[in-house]
Design a protein around this ligand. Sequence first.
Ligand SMILES: *Cc1c(COP(=O)(O)O)cnc(C)c1O
Length: 235
Amino acid sequence: MTIAENVARIRAEMAQAARAAGRDPGEITLVAASKMNDAARVREAIEAGVDACGENRVQEMLEKQAQGAYEGVPLHFIGHLQKNKVKQVVGLATLIHSVDSLALLAAIDREAEKRGLRQEVLLEVNVGGEATKSGFAPGEVAEAISSAANFSHICVRGLMCIPPAGRSSEENRLNFTKMKQLFIDNSEKKYDNVYMDFLSMGMSGDFSDAIACGANIIRVGSAIFGPRPYQTTET
Ligand SMILES: *Cc1c(COP(=O)(O)O)cnc(C)c1O
């Protein structure tokens, strides 16, 4: 299967999942999770019509960016972001999906202020409560969102999660539904610097379930590009 064929198949599955849930397929953004794929393959995915590219590693992103890999689509940062790399990501990524601490939120805010811009971010939620995964606990999300009011160079646009790997469709849906509820609960409150409209969840193995449960951004890697040399979610 070529990248173009894969993207076409994923689009068809997205449309089917959206329609089954009574949703408009056009409201769902397909982000190509392009880690470990070179600039030429990323270009192929863009030509095949993905809506955005998402990268996990800062160095890899900068190298591919210098090669013009992402021209024509927004670039998202979806991996674990260390505070000492914030400088290189703020302003380059239109959306940072993976803000997992208030310290990171503060560091992004400071860098965005220096550059005179407002950085859009999502808060990552450790929905499965996994010890090995970063992210806010579900119970911490409300407080994290309210503290965004202190950060005038950030706009919190929503939530993101990576549920526990290798679970059944039923278990995935429980986690996705929990995320959707958190998203709704926190969308109803009105805070400065918060405009909750994105729910980023669903990857190659579970994006149809995520769409059924309300995702409007999915991040798909191996279903577009084929298997990676080392399968990892780089959280
Ligand atoms: C790699 C990655 C994906 C895509 O994973 P696939 O299972 O290959 O679709 C999505 N989100 C994040 C944060 C990732 O690191």
